[in-house]
Ligand binder design. Structure first.
Ligand SMILES: Nc1ncnc2c1ncn2[C@@H]1O[C@H](COP(=O)(O)OP(=O)(O)OP(=O)(O)O)[C@@H](O)[C@H]1O
Ligand SMILES: [Mg+2]
Length: 603
């Protein structure tokens, strides 16, 4: 076949393939245009996951009739005064977005320039432009995109469920809203308002705190560390979540470079490196970082969707970020392991191969026979509810606190102390064992939940007062869609307005559970799932149980009585896979006395 010049319509569609990948890309392009137009408020509407309709209305500068007619032509832009691509101050610069959208959907733009008396409308239908006509509208612009990809049915096949597409739309609106707190935003999905954000006064980052809280959750504000640093003419500001505030996916990592939300690999990798192993493997911190630099320091013309960038001084940006994050985390007492203790840690191997331990408890052990704890419980014991899911210490074992403990009686030895309200130190015949109390208890609760499911069901406990948990609209929708499955696993939830859920019943094993964290985690996983979460619960009961166990387990930071510590150790010895928690982290490490001697150069 002979070589031919492609018709303009086809060229448009090829470009659209890159610019407009899914409904969320349409939302992104239209909201960016509204931001560039100096809008003070932007209202986004989507139906059918944005495939049926996306509408973005703004009160920006608007367009007169000539501009409006030009706006939908390829490579027509008002944003590149000179031909200089190295000095971009606006979000758009290619003059590609509107024509690309018009090529694959039914596009209608109604606009009235500020100060003008009339509004006009232009329409492009699958690449065919209709003549301009008069319309009615206040100053500003409204863009409607209907039947996305109707002109390219092949692409429609790649769309995920409406719910997944709606979640992607919400995600991009949140990212743009976080980058521009001076603008008021609203988002409604299938006629339900899922996000409503008032404008924050312009100026210092502090003013944007309110918006940060609305987008990342109030917990984030409480548990975030301020980050502020500069290097040369590059500045980073923002907030880094405490390492304990981790999430199952990276959706809560917000990065903004010169007002542009980005998902940059370099920055993402740097963040991971800065947190290091403070965040468990497979989990992600929460973070909002704003980088500002002169436009020539960063090339935004790298990716067709403009989500990736290239920094002129990559290493400089990297070390600025690492330094700023380490400093923030360090100031909060989460210092990276120093070299000396690192060496010591290397000698402390986790239990061999994580295989189920073959410990056989020795209930008849001498030390536990003759001591019976007095009936009146001490103050320190009463201060906190008993550890749920851990066997009440048997009468035999109650004397542990005062007993002359024999470390060799049990594989995990005798609890000697609790350090930092987080680790239990136990002594065996030839080693020192350090137990992570949260990881260990989590494993226990998980195994018990699993046993309950196998034995026909998880016992539920009704909450005296239903706990109301505030979440964003997407999370609420995802959880409610899974409510029946969750009920089978012991968690009974109910709708409580658009942005909240009431928890009525909980698995009894969880005791006092961090309901908010649990629901946020479950919603995160449901939203992230390829299939919109439809199958996730059925297929991944284990996941749900382990998430429950994680949030229902004794936290680091809680003081345990000696009885509680020893009861935990004895239960661990009976439990399969007790050597690792549900995240794959070890629950305890053992430091042989011989290694300790080596550390002190006695050998
Ligand atoms: N909401 C709006 N308000 C005012 N003018 C707009 C609006 N949306 C688009 N325009 C005008 O239409 C032009 C074309 O928009 P389009 O999004 O296609 O390209 P762009 O924003 O210039 O570049 P890019 O393709 O990178 O987004 C813009 O340059 C701008 O002048
Ligand atoms: Mg644009």
């Amino acid at each position: 076949m002979a070589i031919r010049q492609l018709p303009p319509n086809l060229i448009n569609r090829i470009a659209a393939g890159e610019v407009v990948e899914r409904p969320a890309s349409v939302v992104k392009e239209l909201v960016e245009n509204a931001i560039d137009a100096g809008a003070a408020r932007i209202d986004v509407t989507a139906t059918g996951g944005g495939l049926q309709l996306v509408r973005v209305a703004d009160d920006g500068i608007g367009m007169g009739p000539e501009d409006l007619a030009l706006a939908v032509e390829r490579h027509a832009t008002s944003k590149l005064a000179d031909d200089d691509l190295s000095h971009i101050l606006t979000l758009g610069f290619r003059g590609e977005a509107l024509p690309s959208i018009g090529a694959v959907a039914r596009l209608a733009i109604t606009s009235r320039a500020r100060g003008a008396k009339e509004a006009f409308q232009v329409a492009v239908d699958g690449g065919r432009k209709s003549p301009l006509k008069p319309a009615a509208r206040a100053a500003g612009t409204e863009v409607e995109v209907r039947d996305l990809f109707y002109a390219t049915p092949a692409r429609l096949k790649f769309m995920k469920s409406e719910r997944v597409e709606a979640a992607a739309i919400a995600d991009i609106v949140k990212r743009l809203a976080l980058a521009h707190p001076e603008i008021a935003f609203s988002l409604s999905n299938d006629e339900r308002t899922t996000l409503r954000l008032d404008a924050c006064p312009p100026g210092l980052l502090d003013h944007a705190l309110d918006r940060l809280g609305r987008i990342l959750g109030a917990d984030f504000i409480d548990d975030a560390l301020p980050v502020s640093a500069f290097r040369g003419n590059v500045r980073v500001e923002g907030f880094a979540g405490l390492p304990t505030l981790h999430r199952p996916n990276g959706l809560n990592i917000y990065l903004v470079v010169n007002g542009r939300p980005v998902r940059d690999k370099l920055i993402a990798g740097t963040v991971r490196a800065a947190y290091g192993d403070l965040v468990p493997r497979g989990r992600y911190p929460m973070l909002a970082l704003f980088l500002d630099m002169p436009p020539e320091e960063v090339d935004v013309n790298v990716h067709p969707a403009k989500t990736e960038l290239r920094f002129r001084d990559t290493n400089g940006v990297r070390s600025l970020l690492i330094g700023a994050l380490r400093e923030a985390l360090g100031a909060a007492g989460h210092r990276a392991t120093g070299s000396l203790s690192h060496e010591a840690l290397q000698r402390m191997a986790p239990p061999a191969s994580m295989a189920p331990p073959t410990f056989v408890p020795q209930p008849g052990a001498r030390a536990y026979q003759s001591h019976v704890r007095p009936r009146n419980v001490g103050l320190s014991d009463r201060a906190q509810a008993p550890l749920e899911g851990v066997d009440e210490p048997s009468a035999d074992m109650r004397g542990v606190a005062t007993a002359d403990e024999t470390p060799t009686d049990y594989p995990l030895g005798a609890a000697r102390a609790q350090v930092q309200d987080t680790f239990i130190i136990a002594e065996t015949g030839d080693a020192l064992v350090i137990i992570d109390q949260h990881a260990a208890h989590e494993r226990l609760v998980y195994e018990r939940l699993k046993q309950s499911v196998a034995n026909g069901g998880i016992a539920r406990q009704m909450l005296l007062i239903p706990e109301v948990v505030e979440l964003d609209g997407e999370a609420v929708a995802a959880l409610l869609a899974a409510a029946e499955e969750l009920e089978r696993l012991g968690l009974v939830i109910e709708s409580f307005g658009h942005e909240a859920i009431a928890v009525r019943e909980m698995p009894a094993l969880l005791g006092t559970c961090d309901a908010k964290g649990l629901l946020a985690d479950l919603a995160g996983t449901l939203l992230e799932a390829e299939d919109g979460g439809a199958k996730i619960l059925a297929d991944r009961v284990d996941y749900v149980l382990s998430t429950m166990a994680c949030h229902g387990s004794v936290r680091a930071g809680r003081r345990l009585s000696p009885q509680e510590m020893n009861a935990l150790l004895r239960d661990m010895e009976k439990m399969p896979f007790s050597g690792q928690c549900n995240h794959g982290r070890p629950t305890y490490v053992e430091l042989k006395l011989s290694d300790i001697e080596k550390l002190f150069q006695r050998r």
